[in-house]
Design a protein around this ligand. Structure first.
Ligand code: ATP
Ligand code: MG
Length: 400
């Protein structure tokens, strides 16, 4: 079947009252962004509570998979659109029925199906009303294909016919990712490591319409260039959904070494994590972010017990810390990681900075007062190291 258009369905953003246009405009903007990278000519329009993509010279699979990366879309309906003729008329009733018959024939080689016709008549000047036209189309489809049967309650095929500027016919609904369009909810700073969890956390927050920047704590020469490249690649995976992302690479080596030298080794991870959070908080403020995002999940490792989360979260003063995976089991996280094509990159075996300095027996129930006491050992140099780490922030623009 030669499709010419896609009718885009969206759910949640349809109910935003007076602000609805903000959501629809953001949706259109994101659709334009992903389609600008696909072959073909596309024209995107917003008409009477629907978004349409008209397409010429395009690759169907490429276009659909691009649209499946636009948050806010719940369904992508490939459509045939029929133009008005030279006198500005839509086809007459028989003409409409013929177009629908052609559509059904092209899309469903196996006719052993039940169907229902649903007509939406936006152009009220059309001579028949919706019910009359649906009944007529149904009758003619039955005449054309004797194996087909009508089922108005639970049809195999729901044939949608829209009479408006053009006539659109569609039936299939390819699922979209859901969520809200990027750009409708402000910006957050994702603490992105090379693991499985944080890219998934970023994806989930972005799916609520949140723009992201990301920060990675790098520890050369203890971590390799490959470990950094892995994080760049993971940022690229997220950028396919969000559009370009700024990735801040913070050189964390000196801070890490200093903590290693001055603090009890079983508390290293917690103290390091607190400094990561502090630095992230600071650059998040500077870049206009309204929250930090981590891939933490209760009980996953020693640094993610509730006591540890209390200690690491406590240093963040300027904004909330969002932990979208907090109650997820690992397998559920892995499933999403695979779905978004991050998994193969996440499992590459390059050390991230934490695995180098982990203690054999890290504390699982750190006490904040004790941690703070031990951090006093860092008083001499930590402010200076903190300042340098932020000043030497390497910003990489990740485009996809
Ligand atoms: P991930 O799979 O995201 O690496 P993890 O299970 O390995 O998570 P931890 O290493 O305990 O968990 O890290 C917890 C969270 O802290 C991560 O999800 C991430 O948000 C942040 N984080 C850890 N290491 C780094 C790093 N080097 N750079 C940036 N953020 C980090
Ligand atoms: Mg990790």
């Amino acid at each position: 079947m030669q499709y010419h258009a896609f009718v885009i369905k969206y759910a949640e953003i349809g109910v935003k009252g007076k602000n609805r246009y903000i959501f629809e405009d953001a949706l259109v903007k994101q659709i334009k962004r992903v389609l600008s990278k696909c072959d073909g000519n596309f024209s995107i329009s917003k008409v009477a509570g629907r978004v349409y993509v008209e397409a010429e010279g395009f690759d169907f699979d490429e276009t659909v998979s691009a649209l499946q990366r636009v948050f806010g879309i719940t369904g992508i309906c490939p459509a045939v659109s029929v133009e008005r003729d030279g006198e500005n008329n839509l086809p007459d009733v028989n003409g409409v029925c013929q177009e629908v018959i052609k559509f059904v024939d092209g899309v469903y080689p196996d006719k052993n199906k039940t169907f229902k016709v649903k007509v939406r008549r936006v152009d009220k000047s059309y001579p028949l009303d919706s019910m009359e036209l649906a009944a007529e189309i149904g009758a003619q489809v039955l005449d054309a294909f004797s194996e087909m049967k009508v089922d108005v309650h639970n049809p195999d095929i729901l044939i949608n016919v829209e009479i408006r500027e053009k006539m659109n016919i569609f039936s299939e609904i390819i699922p979209g990712p859901g969520g809200m369009p990027i750009g409708t909810a402000g910006k957050a700073m994702l603490l992105l490591s090379g693991g499985i969890d944080s890219p998934v956390a970023g994806y989930m927050i972005a799916k609520r319409g949140v723009d992201l920047e990301a920060v990675y704590f790098n520890a050369p020469p203890y971590t390799s260039e490959k470990a950094k490249q892995k994080v760049v690649d993971l940022a690229g995976v997220i950028a396919k959904y969000t559009g370009s992302i700024k990735l801040h690479v913070i050189n964390f080596t000196d801070i890490q070494m200093y903590i290693y030298e001055k603090c009890p080794h079983d508390e290293l991870t917690i103290i390091m994590r607190r400094y990561m959070m502090k630095i992230a908080d600071k650059i998040a403020v500077e870049t206009g972010c309204m929250g930090l995002v981590t891939g933490e999940s209760i009980g996953q490792v020693a640094s993610q017990t509730m006591q540890s989360l209390m200690c690491t979260g406590e240093v963040v003063r300027d904004m909330p810390v969002y932990r979208p995976l907090i109650a997820f089991d690992k397998q559920d996280i892995v499933d999403i990681s695979q779905k978004i094509d991050a998994y193969e990159t996440s499992i590459l075996p390059y050390e991230d900075c934490c695995t180098i300095f982990v203690a054999k027996h890290p504390v699982t129930k750190p006490r904040l007062d004790i941690i703070e006491k031990h951090e006093e050992n860092l008083a001499e140099k930590i402010d200076e190291l903190f300042r340098i780490a932020i000043e030497t922030d390497e910003v990489i623009e990740i485009r996809k």
